[in-house]
Ligand binder design. Structure first.
Ligand code: NAD
Length: 298
């Protein structure tokens, strides 16, 4: 863990204008957090309704702050202007740092990262919020891989303090420094980690999801597993956590992990079996994002 005043922060260039690509669960959360802590952010998606959902979520979170008397309605309105929704790359030439938060698919990420690199200045730091895909691998098609690193937030962004800053093979110290400083300006606790599929947290978490998925496939009751894990001391069990993460995202991330660590990812479908999580996707039970996962939501 790099404390304040570490060598990373001493080198950091301040981030005055940020951008996030994707206005989904994570993109919306990142936009809210940046806006809330005072860094203006462009929020780009390819779908109008995704932008609407991202903004609705941010408004809801700001309104809660007003309810708790932590913000006045005037302050809320002002902070909301820090989020600028967009469907185009106009104004990206003034952006200091971009967080890519589109779907967990290497091909889509490759296309989006190459596209955005052509729209920003030479000094702009590009980061990816990928859960699992190697940063060195994502840097392969970039012209300026030294300006690229991972910036991995956790869900829900406004509540989870940790951010993994992932150093790829060609990532420069300056890119790491700027990303660490931005994470801290967002009120988060950054840790700098080396690159591998899943980085640190998901390398531990996904084999756990695999174990859970195997138990369910063998007939175990998911609610009982959740209760047991809560009694074990975790704030929530794996079924509820998967509902929060999103089943489709977990399947995509599980595939990347199974490719990287086949021996550890039994239960996630890497061995050719359909995982219990994939079965949920087949039944369109994606989790909280569509109000039905292992549990049902209003
Ligand atoms: P999501 O499905 O909620 O949102 C993805 C968004 O990306 C959608 O709104 C989609 O319209 C948009 N999108 C797709 N292609 C695009 C493009 N070319 N340009 C702009 N927007 C585009 O997914 P999510 O859960 O927010 O996950 C996003 C990323 O964050 C993934 O890489 C995921 O692995 C990672 N992540 C997810 C979690 C989690 O718990 N869900 C946690 C940490 C990291």
């Amino acid at each position: 863990v790099k404390k304040k005043g570490s060598r990373y922060e001493r080198q950091a260039r301040p981030i005055e204008q940020a951008a996030v690509l994707g206005a989904g669960i994570m993109g919306g959360g990142i936009a809210y957090q940046s806006a809330s802590k005072g860094t203006p952010i462009l929020m780009k998606d390819i779908k109008d309704d995704a932008i609407e959902l991202g903004l609705k979520e941010a408004r809801k979170l700001f309104a809660k702050q007003v309810e708790r008397k932590k913000l006045t309605t005037g302050q809320m309105a002002e902070k909301l202007t820090n989020i600028r929704p967009t469907l185009s790359y106009g104004d990206f030439d003034h952006v200091d740092l971009v967080v890519e938060a589109v779907v967990e698919n290497p091909k889509v990420k490759d296309a989006v990262l190459t596209e955005v690199e052509g729209q920003v200045g030479e000094e702009t730091i590009l980061t990816s919020n990928t859960s699992t895909i190697s940063i060195t691998r994502l840097a392969e098609n970039l012209k300026r891989p030294e300006n690229f690193c991972g910036m991995h937030f956790f869900n829900p962004v406004h509540r989870m303090p940790l951010v993994e800053v992932i150093r790829g093979e060609k990532t420069s110290d300056a890119a790491v420094a700027a990303t660490v400083a931005y994470a801290r300006a967002m009120g988060k606790t950054p840790i700098v980690v080396n690159d591998c599929p899943g980085f640190l947290v998901n390398r531990v978490l996904f084999p756990y999801f695999g174990g859970f998925s195997q138990l369910v496939a063998q007939g175990a009751d998911f609610q009982r597993i959740d209760k047991v894990m809560e009694r074990f001391g975790w704030p929530m069990g794996p079924a509820y956590l998967l509902d929060v993460v999103g089943m489709d995202t977990a399947v995509h991330a599980g595939e990347v992990m199974a490719e990287g660590f086949p021996e550890r990812m039994a239960g996630m479908g890497g061995d050719g079996d359909r995982s219990a999580i994939q079965v949920m996707v087949d039944h369109d039970r994606l989790g909280q994002k569509n109000a039905k996962g292992f549990y049902a939501y209003e």
